[in-house]
Design a protein around this ligand. Sequence first.
Ligand SMILES: CC(C)(COP(=O)(O)OP(=O)(O)OC[C@H]1O[C@@H](n2cnc3c(N)ncnc32)[C@H](O)[C@@H]1OP(=O)(O)O)[C@@H](O)C(=O)NCCC(=O)NCCS
Length: 143
Amino acid sequence: MIEETKISRIIKSEDLNHHGTLFAGRMSEWLVEGCLIAAIKLLGRPEDIVCVRIHGMDFVRPATKGDIVELKTRVALLGKKSITAYGKVFVNENRIPSVTGMTTFVTVDKSGKPYAHGMSLSEEYIRENEEIYKMAIKAKNQR
Ligand SMILES: CC(C)(COP(=O)(O)OP(=O)(O)OC[C@H]1O[C@@H](n2cnc3c(N)ncnc32)[C@H](O)[C@@H]1OP(=O)(O)O)[C@@H](O)C(=O)NCCC(=O)NCCS
């Protein structure tokens, strides 16, 4: 079973932008890292994973110093050589995500050449995660 990856962070002074709210660049870094961890947990070989696409990220609400940020990421789509993960970010246990985004990785060998990872999602997993699966398929088809 592919599990959700959960990471918590506290927002510190160095994470803020010139408005005094969480800097989008920092948030993007955390979200990409969360998606990467979801991909690594599945493949098990961090050295074989490179990022090829950070999909559009939506920043819906600001967060500020002292807020607790919880990132929840999970695999949304497995292509032949690609792994796409989707992430949601919740602030202070708010039930509506403050940030959402998706990242695509490719499996590469030691020389950086892409290879087929041989993994696929079960029908049950796709059914349970239909919304993000469809989102990832749509993004793939739009390339
Ligand atoms: C990873 C890399 C070797 C892939 O090369 P490539 O020639 O595009 O590989 P392929 O055409 O065989 O595509 C492999 C898969 O990646 C997907 N892919 C490639 N580029 C993509 C992109 N920009 N967005 C989404 N998917 C992408 C393809 O659709 C394919 O998916 P599939 O196997 O599910 O069908 C090459 O793009 C690369 O080295 N990129 C730099 C990676 C890097 O340095 N990342 C760190 C970021 S700073």
